[in-house]
Design a protein around this ligand. Structure first.
Ligand SMILES: [Zn+2]
Length: 164
């Protein structure tokens, strides 16, 4: 297990679509360990594989204990199969550390994917956890939260030093 470097915007890898994981083997498990360790060592609540430079469809999210949620979620090849509601919330990203922005996201989502154990799993999520999942799944498609800003003038904010 290792804590890896989180790559930063405008690194091209953050704009690249990640590949589907075809086989889950020891190397995948070792990589997931690194992904979770790196997330835990950071001030963030989620991390996508592309953020540590691996262009494969794997994400980790854990919004607890500060927010309600499922605890640690690791998903391989996640897919949003249902969503409802819409709410604007402030978002940040470990790969875009200097900014936050107001982004509209679904309030409730259903996500399907393969868990660490190799089994197909379906997660119903809401609120902050649902936002984090949408944010991380976007990373797998090369989409950053700043790509979803409706108005740069109104919705983009430079982080104050004390927040960093
Ligand atoms: Zn991010």
């Amino acid at each position: 297990m290792a804590i890896l470097e989180i790559i930063k915007y405008p690194d091209e890898r953050l704009k690249t679509k990640s590949s589907v994981v075809e086989t889950i083997d020891a190397a995948t498990h070792s990589f997931i360990g690194d992904l979770v360790d790196t997330m835990r060592a950071s001030p963030g609540v989620g991390l996508a594989a592309s953020q540590i430079g691996r262009l494969i469809r794997v994400i980790a999210v854990d919004v607890t204990p500060k927010n309600p949620g499922h605890g640690l979620i690791v998903l391989i090849n996640p897919e949003i199969t249902g969503s409802s509601g819409a709410k604007v919330g402030r978002e940040g990203c470990l790969s875009v550390p200097e900014y936050t922005a107001n982004i509209t996201r679904a309030t409730n989502i259903t996500v399907r994917g393969v868990g660490k154990d190799g089994r197909e799993t379906v997660i119903e999520s809401e609120g902050f956890e649902a936002v984090a999942l949408q944010h991380e799944i976007d990373h797998l498609d090369g989409i950053l939260f700043i790509d979803r800003i409706a108005s740069m003038k109104r919705d983009l904010f430079k982080r104050k030093i004390k927040d960093m």
